[in-house]
Ligand binder design. Structure first.
Ligand SMILES: Cc1ncc(C[n+]2csc(CCOP(=O)(O)OP(=O)(O)O)c2C)c(N)n1
Ligand code: SF4
Ligand SMILES: [Mg+2]
Length: 331
């Protein structure tokens, strides 16, 4: 006779050993993709790490004085120089004979735009630093201004949509290709929708002696105009449409990509976000912009050969991260 055993899942999870570099109690908005991404990075990197953090949402919501949500050594840099501060920390640790890893972090504004010169220098000089960019595709901390990472046609406060404009005119900068052109040992893109893929990539980067770069797509419910409960769904659709390909690059060459099992139309992704609402108007201009964005996604799918061949690949866009600890499926 079999006896039914009730498993106290919540209790099990609470008691499971886990290193938390970034703890709860910070002040991020509900459903903030950046908070989730930073927690996953700090969990995966472990305790022997020092952080340099550029000004931006992550810095602000984790360190409202006199509190800090960080359980590891953490330093606030300027908006523009997290990579330089990280490089200095690494040089000092090396002089002291310590193997502690340095992680420098910034938002897309602090990475693609104002911190780009410092980042390029750090990569070119070969510092042993992992740089993580949390990409929420605008300057969120100061009120949703467009950055060079904001996607084409997205509405922000400085690229508004209206009778004269269809949102941002320019294209999203291809930062990972620019970074990879420094011929660093390892660069990768990741998404909050795929936590174990983030963990794998952080651990890979932590083991590298030299510069590495991780670009994490992190939806911002406030700036993108979606329900906070949909953050993971939105992030997953960015990958499944081909708009945000998950790739790895070694010494400048593409070394891997997460295949997409069933490619979704870009309208599935865009339609969940208020920043793209104007693209669904009944007008020729709106249809043209939608076609343009679909063409950008198709281009990524071709360039990185993202179309999955197997319907049962546990590492593709449907298979990866569909189970969690304890063997239960994500809802
Ligand atoms: C030199 C300088 N210019 C402007 C600012 C104001 N500022 C602080 S954070 C920020 C935007 C940050 O955007 P991003 O790096 O994308 O991070 P997010 O807040 O979106 O996570 C700006 C413009 C500043 N602190 N320093
Ligand atoms: S504004 Fe966006 S990035 Fe900033 S805390 Fe809120 S959800 Fe997160
Ligand atoms: Mg940003």
């Amino acid at each position: 006779m079999t006896q039914e055993i009730e498993i106290p899942l919540a209790e099990l999870r609470r008691n499971q050993p886990r290193f938390g570099g970034l703890e709860s109690g910070h002040r991020a908005c509900l459903g903030c993709g950046e908070a989730l991404a930073a927690r996953l990075v700090s969990e995966s990197a472990g305790p022997d790490v020092m952080y340099a953090n550029a000004t931006g949402c992550l810095e602000v919501f984790t360190t409202a004085w006199p509190d800090s949500a960080w359980q590891v050594p953490w330093m606030h840099s300027l908006f523009s120089n997290a990579a330089s501060i990280g490089a200095g920390m690494e040089a000092a640790l090396k002089a002291q004979g310590k193997a502690t890893k340095v992680i420098a972090m910034g938002g897309d504004g602090g990475t693609f735009d104002i911190g780009f010169q410092a980042l390029s220098g750090m990569l070119e000089r070969g510092h042993n630093v992992l740089y993580v960019c949390y990409d929420n595709e605008a300057y969120m901390n100061t009120g949703v201004q467009r950055s060079s990472s904001t996607p084409h046609a997205a509405a922000t406060t400085t690229s508004p949509a209206g009778s004269e404009s269809m949102g941002k005119r320019h294209l999203k900068k291809d930062i990972v290709s620019i970074v990879a052109a420094h011929h660093i040992p390892y660069a990768a893109t990741a998404s909050v929708a795929y936590p174990s893929d983030i963990r794998k990539k952080v651990r890979r980067a932590m083991g590298i002696e030299g510069p590495s770069f991780l670009h994490i797509h992190a939806p911002c419910p406030l700036g993108w105009g979606h329900d906070g409960a949909l953050t993971i769904e939105v992030a997953r659709l960015a990958v499944q449409t081909g708009l945000f390909p998950l790739i790895e690059l070694e010494r400048g060459g593409v070394a891997g990509a997460m295949p997409i099992r069933e490619v979704r139309p870009v309208s599935d992704y865009l339609g969940l976000q208020a920043r793209f609402r104007h693209l669904f108007a009944d007008s020729a201009r709106a249809r043209e912009e939608l076609e343009h964005l679909q063409a950008l996604a198709n281009h990524n799918i071709e360039v990185y050969r993202l179309r999955g061949e197997s319907r049962q690949d546990c590492m593709d866009s449907e298979g990866a991260d569909t189970v969690r600890r304890g063997g239960m499926r994500w809802a």
